[in-house]
Design a protein around this ligand. Structure first.
Ligand code: ADP
Length: 316
């Protein structure tokens, strides 16, 4: 078989490890593997490169994605998707593996519905994909955030300050939740657990009156302006506050061990699924077992709330 692989949407540490696993497993089974450059853009511009085992050497530990990624808004249109399928079939490619998040999965589903064999692998730091306990990149971003919280706590404590840390996650609070638990945050504000400003300010006032030296608030992005919240807390509770938006630093870096293993397992499993004729499905991990689920279900479900959402109520 000829199998193509691309990375799409936001980059995530471990995408390279997944590409490497696809290439090495595919070659081990006697297939030819092609990389598509810059996500769906490469499909439209016929930008393919053959990938050998040697081409992915050293990629296990490399951050980012060696194939590049892109956001291609016009890929939502069927005539544009047909161009992609023409380019794939003209090269004799039999199947496509899409490594990306929820949006990339919609593109993969569209190609499957147009009759092209397509499989998804969840690659996003946000952990916002239904049907998998973890996405590739989540654990690396989590470690980056925990490291930042530890550092911000040092300076907050020295200056006797409340530190608000905005992290990525889009509609999923998992990064904030896991990082908040690891960093001992006083408050974790996520889309699943939105802000209760009165309670937040009255608790911080109490902490300030007690003479506590620091407070940590971890917030998922896109909910409100964290700098305005810091100003409001400072005025209303008396606890001097500062906000830090961690930003793109969360997307970079060498993948941690969990992401290297997850990416290797999922990449290899995706090739085996393709060999079995599976299409329109994506790879997930559930209770440490690899599974496949229909892309059509995945893209229509918000990520389920894990048990950590309850844990945080008990150990705060
Ligand atoms: P992520 O995959 O990380 O969620 P995006 O939501 O930006 O990132 O999606 C990545 C790409 O997937 C988009 O730029 C677009 O090319 C493709 N895509 C997103 N939504 C759709 C859709 N409804 N139909 C087809 N392709 C889509």
């Amino acid at each position: 078989m000829k199998i193509a692989v691309l990375t799409s949407g936001g980059d995530a540490p471990g995408m390279n490890a997944a590409i490497r696993a696809v290439v090495r497993t595919g070659i081990a089974f006697g297939h030819e593997i092609f990389g598509v450059l810059d996500g769906y853009r490469g499909l439209l511009e016929d930008n393919f490169i053959p990938l050998t085992s040697k081409d992915v050497s050293g990629m296990l530990s490399a951050g980012g994605t060696m194939l590049g990624t892109a956001r291609v808004t016009e890929f939502k249109e069927v005539p544009v998707q047909m161009v992609a399928i023409d380019n794939l079939t003209n090269r004799g490619i039999d199947a496509l593996i899409v490594i990306g998040g929820d949006g990339s999965y919609r593109g993969a589903l569209a190609l499957h519905e147009l009759g092209f064999q397509t499989i998804g692998i969840p690659g996003t730091i946000d952990n916002d994909v239904y049907g998998t306990d973890f996405t590739i990149g989540f654990h690396t971003a989590l470690n980056t955030i925990v490291d930042a919280i530890d550092k911000l706590r040092d300076t907050s404590s020295s200056h006797r300050r409340c530190s608000i840390i905005e992290v990525m996650g889009r509609t999923s609070g998992d990064l904030a939740l896991y990082a908040g638990i690891c960093g001992g945050a006083e408050f974790i504000i996520t889309p699943e657990n939105p802000i209760n400003k009165d309670k937040l300010i009255s608790t911080l006032k109490k902490h300030n009156d007690e003479g506590r030296r620091h407070a940590i608030i971890v917030v998922t992005e896109q909910q409100f302006d964290v700098h305005k919240l810091a100003a409001e807390i400072s005025i209303k509770s008396g606890f001097s506050s500062r906000a830090t938006v961690l930003g793109y630093i969360q997307r970079g870096g060498r993948p941690v061990a969990e992401d290297r293993i997850l990416a290797s397992r999922m990449g290899s499993y995706a090739v085996e699924a393709i060999m079995q004729g599976v299409s329109g499905e994506c790879i997930g991990i559930k209770n440490d077992k690899l599974v496949t689920s229909p892309l059509a279900d995945i893209v229509n479900h918000p990520k389920e709330r894990g048990e950590l959402y309850d844990l945080v109520q008990k150990i705060r």
